[in-house]
Design a protein around this ligand. Structure first.
Ligand code: MRU
Length: 360
């Protein structure tokens, strides 16, 4: 998508091929800075510290991380250990393990001397595949939006999204925002309600940033505003991304997604989940009890980071000194609240039967 008017991916290899570069999502939207990932440790840190975040992007970053590890030591035990370090960096998004295991398998099928090059090429292909996948999700999602436009009699379509499942969460296009970007290129008038997404504020900082860069009309709202907006008829569809979807269609996504799904259900607003097949975990049935939910630092709840009037990045404390805080980073929306899953192979109901038809 566009960054300062130029088409840009979120991760790309250096011309020398000795590292990958990525945007530092911790300082957006206030500063656009690139970060160099040249070692396994760099990749693990970037994922854990959320320099890169979003399920598909952490998967591709990990694939490159494994390729970089193979340059250092391509033997079986070393690569297996590198894979485990990458997988442990964040627990909820299954794309991470999906990408690591695929890259590992691809590399291990070759003699040690060829593994680093094979894994590097494979990671690049995975990045390209992510772009194609999201492009397809955008086209399928566009059909859903077109279906809603009929009822609007030319008025702007109102989409609500939670967290950031846009370009910045993937290599390009995004998942939940891909249909919105498609709508823009097709001339469909669309406005996005952007949940701020406490505590890390991926909506307020990242989704607002990328929608602004693409020239899409949007309004940031406090997380608690969604129910009211839906009740007063100001949302035509909710589209969110996902970090892990079970074989029965339960959806793990950023904390707060479940509340939006409940409000959408109560108000008859369609609730769509954009789901690349890399996010499907066929080994799990019941999301609420089986999906590992990441617990992040309490400091993300007790403190806020932003830009001060003089342009410096500052952190401020919100709570009384010593206040306890909990920070579950994801929640699970039961399949019964999901209107449909938008995948690269088409839109399907969130049912075990429909999901089973989505071949590997
Ligand atoms: O903690 P984050 O910012 O990595 O969480 C991101 C989300 O929850 C996204 O909605 C999800 O990864 C889908 S991204 C296409």
């Amino acid at each position: 998508m566009l960054l300062r008017g130029l088409p840009t991916r979120t991760i790309w290899p250096t011309p020398e091929g000795d590292a990958v570069l990525t945007l530092d999502q911790r300082v957006l939207p206030h500063r656009v800075e690139t970060v160099r990932i040249a070692t396994l440790a760099d990749a693990v840190d970037a994922i854990r510290e959320m320099t890169v975040r979003g399920a598909p992007l952490i998967g591709v970053t990990a694939a490159y991380g494994l390729a970089l590890a193979a340059r250092n030591d391509p033997r079986d035990a070393a690569l297996e250990q590198a894979a485990r370090r990458l997988e442990a960096a964040r627990p909820t998004a299954v794309n991470l393990a999906w990408a690591v295991r695929r890259t590992l398998e691809h590399a291990m099928a070759r003699p040690p001397g060829e593994r680093a090059a094979a894994a590097w090429t494979y990671a690049g292909r995975m990045a390209d595949d992510d772009v194609a996948t999201n492009d397809a999700i955008g086209r399928h999602g566009l059909e859903l939006l077109r279906g809603l436009v009929g009822r609007k009699r030319g008025q702007t379509l109102q989409v609500l999204t939670h967290c950031n499942a846009g370009w910045l969460a993937t290599v390009d296009w995004g998942t939940a925002l891909a249909p919105v970007y498609r709508a823009q290129t097709e001339g469909l008038p669309v406005h996005v309600w952007v949940d701020e997404t406490r505590p890390r504020n991926q909506g307020a900082s990242l989704t607002a940033f990328e929608l602004r860069e693409q020239g899409i009309a949007h309004t940031v709202v406090a997380d608690n505003a969604g129910g009211h907006l839906m009740q007063s008829g100001r949302v035509d569809a909710v589209i969110v991304g996902c970090d892990r979807v079970t074989a029965h269609g339960d959806v793990a996504n950023k904390i707060g997604t479940y509340l939006k799904a409940l409000a959408a259900h109560d108000n008859g607003v369609p609730f769509y989940v954009a789901m690349p097949l890399s996010t499907l975990d066929r080994t799990l049935a019941d999301g609420a009890t089986e999906v590992p939910i990441e617990e992040r630092s309490a400091r993300e709840v007790t403190h806020l980071t932003g830009r001060s009037a003089d342009g410096a990045m500052v952190e401020v404390q919100l709570v009384p000194e010593g206040t306890a805080a909990a920070n579950p980073a994801f929640d699970v929306t039961p399949a019964r609240l999901v209107t449909a899953l938008i995948t690269e192979r088409g839109t399907v109901p969130a049912t075990a039967q429909a999901i089973a038809t989505l071949a590997e």
